[in-house]
Design a protein around this ligand. Structure first.
Ligand code: URP
Ligand code: ZN
Ligand code: ZN
Length: 483
């Protein structure tokens, strides 16, 4: 009779394909058996009446990310951010090692790797490229080969944006060295122009953030990045899609067979631009980019999750405090919107919000929930088949949910180091009770059960989703060696 380290007994096991009543036997950190009436484990976890889901993979979160040229700092450490994520049912995170203009990638990465050693969860990195000089592009092959298989680029933000020529250089380097590319897509010049006009008119309070960057600036940039990716046949993922107009560009590209992937985030599904209207400066809490939209955009996002146009829901966790001189008020308690640090925190609330607003309200089903929060990000970023589902041999990364647990979100009860949540007071149904990473209980009974440093770096090799199609629009292969 096989003896397991741990057996999770009597739960309803859910994957992106199936729902079944089964026990899960765990041995040496991996799933060793799925069946009924499994033999005893050294540890037994009673999951009667509960759901057993693959642990969430948050493939877009800013954790203790260094910044330059701004007084704004990350409130979270790796310890606080990943603890918070674990309490919300997430088991792996992919965060960002930045490059700063004029600098190089490798020293920043080495320093970031040191910081990440305090992680409670398993982790991997996207490399942000802001200045693709020949020297920086020359650093990429070795870093990619080390397991950093994804590159993030920006089409806006003064400090990080690339022009189209630079975008092409990065896409080409990624294609040549087998890396995936993720993109923040907004038209920078249009936003700057609108911002200047709004400022000249004295319209600088938080609601004008959304006016400065309407859906069409996202639509145009998505259209352009799809064209650039198509030109040299490089698969990409478009980050934080917020609008119906953005969705229609992506849908059209996917219908043409292009490998264009896309994600959205809970803030775009749950909040609208109304959140920017809060009393006094409260609206600044909801300043993020792209901006929050209208109910019709939310409907388009839910539909796109149902039909697979959007394949991932990440948090885009941006741990900026609201108060203090290093947060959203760094430039004053009534700073113009253009001076307010962008982004909202959300590692811990990502899964409960999507479960409650999506599954409980009947907008998506349990399989779609697991797909967009775990299985799809694992496949898109090369963590599958080690992570992202529940199957024999996979890491036992699991979240055990009470689907009937009702909670009112309160920042005081969250585990991040940020002083607010944009979801304060929202009622949700469903919350993870126990989180396991590689078979070890990380969170149970409201307490963290592992020390910082338990998390491991996840090196990623080449994987199917990143493979180009081998189709060029002109018939000319710009990557063929010429004689
Ligand atoms: O507003 C946002 N999304 N802030 C975080 C950084 C980014 O653009 O992803
Ligand atoms: Zn972004
Ligand atoms: Zn982001």
């Amino acid at each position: 009779m096989q003896r397991f380290d741990t057996v999770i007994r009597g739960g309803t096991v859910v994957t992106a394909a199936d729902t079944m009543q089964a026990d899960i036997g765990i041995l040496n950190g991996a799933i060793a058996a799925i069946g009924r009436g499994l033999s005893p484990g050294a540890t037994e976890i009673d999951a009667g009446g509960l759901l057993v889901l693959p642990g969430g993979i948050d493939s877009h979160c800013h954790i203790a990310q260094p910044k330059r040229g701004t007084p704004v700092v990350s409130a979270d450490t790796f310890e606080s951010a990943t603890t918070s994520a674990a309490f919300g049912g997430t088991t792996s995170v992919i965060c960002f090692s930045p490059q700063f203009k004029g600098g190089s990638l490798t020293p920043e990465l080495r320093a970031y790797q040191e910081t990440a050693r305090q992680s409670v969860l398993d982790y991997s990195f996207h490399l942000i490229v802001t200045d693709p000089t020949p020297a920086v592009l020359g650093e990429l092959p070795a870093l990619i080969a080390e397991g950093h298989r994804s590159i993030k680029i920006f089409m806006t933000y003064e400090a990080s944006r690339l022009d189209d020529r630079q975008v092409l250089e990065v896409l080409a380097a990624a294609r040549e060295h087998a890396a995936f590319v993720t993109v923040h897509a907004e038209n920078h010049d249009a936003i700057r122009w609108m911002t200047t006009r709004l400022e000249a008119a004295g319209l600088t309070t938080p609601p004008y953030h959304a006016v400065s960057k309407p859906p069409l600036v996202e639509r145009e940039a998505i259209h352009r990045i799809i064209m650039l990716a198509e030109l040299l046949d490089q698969p990409i993922q478009i980050f934080h899609v917020s609008s119906a107009q953005g969705i229609s560009e992506i849908r059209r590209a996917q219908e043409r067979g292009l490998k264009i992937h896309a994600e959205t985030c809970p803030q775009y599904l749950v909040l609208t631009a109304e959140a920017l209207q809060g009393e006094g400066f409260e609206g600044a809490k909801a300043i993020c980019s792209p901006a929050l939209r209208e109910p019709a955009d939310q409907e388009a996002l839910w539909q796109a999750l149902r039909d697979g146009v959007l394949g991932v829901v990440s948090s885009d966790h941006a741990p900026t405090r609201f108060g203090g001189a290093d947060g959203k008020q760094a430039f004053g308690a009534h700073a113009p919107f253009s001076k307010v640090a962008n982004g909202v925190p959300g590692l811990e609330t990502r899964l409960p919000l999507l479960f409650s607003e999506g599954v409980v309200k009947g907008r998506i089903d349990l399989q779609q929930f697991v797909a967009v929060t775990a299985t799809n990000p694992a496949k898109l970023f090369g963590l599958y088949p080690r992570k992202g589902s529940i199957a024999i041999g996979m890491d036992a990364d699991l979240a055990i949910w009470d689907p009937g647990c009702r909670r009112r979100i309160a920042n005081a009860e969250l585990h991040h180091a940020v002083d607010y949540t944009p979801y304060e007071g929202m009622e949700v149904t469903g919350w993870p009770m126990t989180t396991l990473v590689r078979g070890t209980v990380v969170v149970q009974d409201g307490a963290r059960r592992v020390e910082p440093g338990f998390g491991r770096f996840l090196a990623r090799g080449p994987y199917p989703a990143m493979q180009p199609r081998g189709v060029f629009p002109t018939g000319f292969d710009p990557f063929a060696t010429t004689g």
